[in-house]
Design a protein around this ligand. Sequence first.
Ligand SMILES: [Zn+2]
Length: 67
Amino acid sequence: MPIYEYICLKCNHKFALLQGLNSEKNTVCPGCSSKEVKKVVSSFSCSSGPGGGASSAMPVSGFGGGG
Ligand SMILES: [Zn+2]
């Protein structure tokens, strides 16, 4: 089951819930028990752009030892 992230519109409390497809109607904030919550879309996503890189090539700098 996917994990959906929600944010409370009342107290701005962010929480994640493990819900199915048809179980997002009974979502309440665990902090203030408010039903005014909004589903937050995950940040990570497939970015569209030129060049299809399989692995992300990030320059590892400043990882151990200073120079
Ligand atoms: Zn809340």
